[in-house]
Design a protein around this ligand. Structure first.
Ligand code: NAP
Length: 247
């Protein structure tokens, strides 16, 4: 489905990014596994993809740091010459009530989730505009659509991703580049390890029609669909992947 497409996945060492990297490689994409600090997880993932006959490299870069992003895109240009797909997935979550939120926490979340995804989008768009094609998938969240008590900064950062997606889709469509957002519900990854077991169980029973958490693979399948020619006429959309939690 993704034959020889060059695909950058930010935050691919764990969770949704890792599942997306594995599914992309199984569909014959050349995968750039970006990560922040987890060298061993990224290295193991690259080894796993290569053992199965796939093509992957790991690139360390903090997406909130523009010098790191420049270096990452230089590596992509030198290794592959171009970029076909960006999955803007790296993100962090901090939960706090409005009046309890320290400014440092606001700065940290905005640096990674907003500035990081914006800069990756900008650098990817410059590479893709030259060849007049490309697909960009940004990771938002259902709380970016609906808001959530206790998640004011995180949900606002994910709403930023939606506005960015829609504006970029309008600007880049003329260059043959689609830009979509995926809005997962509660997915079983490290990101949610701060949520208490009993709170998760109550959310599953009372809020999720499918009565289970999402898996990273549930989200990866939608990302691969949007990355492939199956999604060719879709842009500017926010696709929920939440087991019917929100509609
Ligand atoms: P996760 O399991 O916590 O993994 C986060 C990934 O992002 C890791 O690979 C991490 O790298 C990387 N990362 C974090 N900060 C980074 C930075 N500054 N620069 C580069 N990479 C960085 O997260 P996840 O649950 O898979 O979430 C992935 C995306 O989906 C996030 O944008 C998240 O907001 C969104 N999302 C998740 C859920 C959910 O329920 N899980 C729901 C809605 C939306 P290291 O391993 O090196 O630390």
């Amino acid at each position: 489905m993704l034959n020889n497409k060059v695909m950058l996945i930010t935050g691919a060492s764990r969770g949704i990014g890792r599942a997306t990297a594995l599914l992309a490689a199984a569909n014959h994409a050349k995968v750039i596994v970006n990560y922040h600090v987890n060298d061993s997880a990224a290295g193991e993932l690259v080894d796993l993809i290569k053992q199965d006959g796939g093509d992957a490299i790991a690139v360390q870069a903090d997406v909130s740091n523009e010098d790191d992003i420049k270096r990452m895109f230089r590596t992509i240009r030198e290794t592959y010459g171009h970029l076909d797909i960006l999955v803007n997935n790296a993100g962090i979550m901090k939960n706090n009530l409005l009046i309890m939120t320290p400014t440092a926490e606001f700065d940290e979340v905005v640096a990674t989730n907003c500035k990081g995804s914006f800069l990756c989008l900008q650098y990817a768009a410059k590479m893709m505009m030259r060849k007049r094609s490309g697909k960009i998938i940004n990771l938002s969240s259902i709380v970016g659509v609906n808001g959530n008590s206790g998640q004011i900064v995180y949900s606002a950062s994910k709403a930023f991703v939606i506005g960015m997606t829609k504006s970029a889709a309008k600007e880049l469509g003329q260059f043959g580049i689609s830009v979509n957002a995926v809005a997962p519900g509660i997915i079983d990854t490290d990101l949610n390890c701060i949520i208490k077991e009993e709170v998760l169980e109550s959310l599953i029973q009372n809020n999720i029609a499918f009565k289970r958490l999402g898996t990273p693979e549930d989200v990866a399948k939608v990302i691969i669909f949007l990355s492939s020619s199956l999604g060719d006429y879709i842009s500017g959309q926010v696709i929920g992947v939440d087991g019917c939690q929100v509609m």
